[in-house]
Design a protein. Structure first.
Lengths: 122, 341
């Protein structure tokens, strides 16, 4: 049984470095940072960690319903495919910066991609 | 069978059941999301009883010390009483006002003697209750250091139309008895990393906890660079200026930067350019120290400054767990919590 990307990049210990990096990229990205304005940063970082854990195939309990409910108010504010794409880009760049090989990045991208319709409420 | 008490009611936990599942099962709507101990939506506080270490994983040290935990991963081994983190405790500790003194035109220093020992860290805050109107409770940060000062000290800014600050400034006199509760908050010095850079930013009476944290750090013999930026519109908004300059002279690792941001500061600064810095504390601080990787940051005072500075500090490399923010929100400018995903 093959290990998840999460395990292969170092599991939970690797997550904290990944989260800081990813969250900084998101906050610096003008295409999406408005969705993160005024939000409690600790809470937001914790959710990024949960997202990254999930995207990397790590242990999580998110359901499609959670993703749908959690983003509904952002969809109401105009969250769309372009924003989802931007987040995906930042995810890829983060993993790249952490030295994760391309095939693993592709695996992570596929998992994240599978949440698109739930996140965008379709 | 272990039990969890919440808002006065006791609930029996099933075998291996988490606090979150137990409370949800009993119809109590505890906020939650990932149910995996990561997103921290289900953050609670153990008011009594100890929680297992796994239920505190990922929380910053100050929160762990205050017995915060994640309900979704908490399978208690002993009975606990849990509360949501924002619940106020009713002030019940008796205290007496010892002295009042103006530090500048709008800020008074009040010294209090609490009749019961208050076990606090410099920089934490207390809830103070108005002596006549029991529903009027406000938070004030402690400027005193338990190992240095025998009394509690707070700095109270006169808030326009502020009911509590108005009372404290005018009617409240030495000898006045009042009730307080605490300590609260995670804005305090944590020894153990004496080489770490400390960045202290304050506006107005936000200097109170910073004054405490600074003196606490120095008496712990903190060796790393300590930089304090205190901001106001004009020179008259600042205070403890001489005391801070004296400390900067005495301790080589400590540097003090009074910052002025008002419209008419140019003349003040031109008159004494070596004394004041222009602009806002969050901008000056990042000018002087653009790389905050490895630093610990304390932010106290105006909520706009605190929120902006937090973000700037994070983007400059400081880890979120190393940023301690204490925004001074007045009753009039309480903002709703930002929408969370």
């Amino acid at each position: 049984m093959s290990e998840s990307v999460y395990d292969r990049i170092g599991g939970e210990a690797a997550m904290d470095a990944a989260v800081d990096l990813f969250y900084r990229k998101v906050l610096a990205d003008a295409r999406i940072n408005e969705f993160f304005d005024g939000v409690d940063m600790e809470r937001q970082a914790a959710k990024q960690k949960a997202f990254l854990t999930m995207a990397l195939g790590g242990p999580h309990n998110y359901t499609g319903k959670d993703m749908r409910a959690g983003h509904a108010h952002l969809v109401a504010r105009g969250l769309n495919d372009s924003h989802f794409d931007a987040v995906m880009e930042n995810l890829g760049a983060t993993l790249n910066e952490l030295g994760v090989p391309d095939e693993l990045i592709a695996e992570a991208a596929a998992i994240a991609e599978s949440t698109r319709n739930d996140v965008l409420g379709r | 069978m272990t039990q969890v008490t919440f808002q006065g009611e006791q609930f029996l936990l099933h075998e291996q059941e988490t606090v979150l599942d137990c409370l949800l099962r009993n119809g109590i709507a505890i906020p939650n999301s990932c149910r995996s101990g990561i997103c921290q939506t289900c953050l609670m506080e153990a008011v009594s009883g100890k929680v297992p270490a796994v239920a505190q994983k990922g929380l910053k040290q100050a929160w762990r010390e205050q017995q915060y935990f994640l309900a979704c991963t908490c399978v208690p081994e002993q009975n606990i009483e849990a509360a949501l983190p924002d619940e106020q405790t009713v002030p019940h500790i008796k205290a007496e006002v010892l002295s009042k003194k103006y530090l500048n035109k709008q800020i008074i220093r009040m010294r209090l003697r609490s009749l019961q020992p208050l076990d606090y860290q410099a920089g934490q805050f207390i809830h103070l209750q108005h002596a006549d109107d029991r529903t009027l409770i406000r938070s004030y940060s402690l400027a005193s250091v338990p190992t240095l000062d025998q009394v509690l000290e707070i700095h109270v800014r006169r808030v326009p139309n502020g009911r509590m600050s108005g009372w404290l400034h005018q009617q409240c006199q030495p000898g006045q008895q009042l009730l307080l509760s605490g300590p609260h908050g995670d804005c305090y010095y944590i020894p153990g990393q004496e080489q770490q850079g400390l960045l202290l930013l304050a506006t107005g009476s936000g200097l109170a906890p910073i004054w405490g944290i600074l003196r606490d750090a120095l008496q712990y013999n903190h060796q790393g660079p300590i930089r304090l930026f205190h901001g106001g519109l004009n020179g008259s908004d600042l205070y403890l200026v001489d005391e801070l300059r004296e400390l900067a002279d005495e301790y080589r690792q400590f540097a003090y930067f009074p910052c002025l941001d008002g419209d008419s500061v140019d003349e003040e600064i031109a008159a004494a350019p070596e004394l004041f810095y222009p602009g806002r504390v969050q901008d000056q601080a990042l000018n002087i120290q653009p790389d905050l990787k490895g630093w610990r940051v304390y932010l106290c005072g105006n909520p706009d400054m605190v929120n902006q500075a937090k973000r700037k500090a994070f983007m400059a490399g400081a880890a979120l767990t190393e940023i301690h923010a204490d925004p001074f929100v007045t009753a009039h400018n309480k903002q709703a919590d930002g929408l969370t995903v």
